[in-house]
Design a protein around this ligand. Structure first.
Ligand SMILES: N=c1c2ncn([C@@H]3O[C@H](COP(=O)(O)OP(=O)(O)OP(=O)(O)O)[C@@H](O)[C@H]3O)c2ncn1[C@@H]1O[C@H](COP(=O)(O)O)[C@@H](O)[C@H]1O
Length: 106
């Protein structure tokens, strides 16, 4: 089994030591705009899949999106720990969203 952090590290290793013929290497060679295009496409495919009764398709497209987002983070020099820290510091802070004025006025 490969978790997200392992996959991030593998992608970072591909950037450091390019592997000829690798799709990941192809994305890094093409650069930021290509990676952004893929993230956008994959996000759209997740949206379409979620409206489809086939749960497997949603799982497949979500995995594609996660992979491409990890490639984007590596490309931009954002570490996996930065994402983990951001999520961790939100823990317990988001539960009072109903008290926000903009929510109360809905
Ligand atoms: N998780 C993934 C993963 N998910 C999706 N993809 C690739 O993402 C592409 C998405 O398919 P599309 O049809 O949208 O794109 P395409 O037509 O192939 O290519 P484009 O010209 O559109 O870019 C496919 O080519 C998939 O192979 C992935 N490629 C690699 N990984 C992981 O990354 C690791 C390292 O991969 P490589 O370095 O590429 O061997 C692998 O061991 C895998 O674990």
């Amino acid at each position: 089994m490969q978790d997200m952090e392992d996959l991030y590290q593998l992608i970072a290793a591909r950037q450091k030591n390019p592997k000829k013929g690798s799709y990941t290497d192809y994305l890094f060679t093409e650069g930021l705009d290509k990676i952004l295009k893929k993230v956008g496409e994959e996000a759209t495919e997740v949206v379409v899949a979620a409206k489809n009764p086939d749960e497997g398709q949603l799982v497949y497209e979500t995995a594609d999106l996660f992979y491409h987002v990890l490639v984007l983070l590596v490309q931009q020099g954002v570490s996996f720990d930065q994402i983990k820290s951001e999520l961790a510091q939100r823990e317990g802070k988001m539960s009072d969203f109903k008290d926000r004025p903009e929510i109360k006025n809905l």
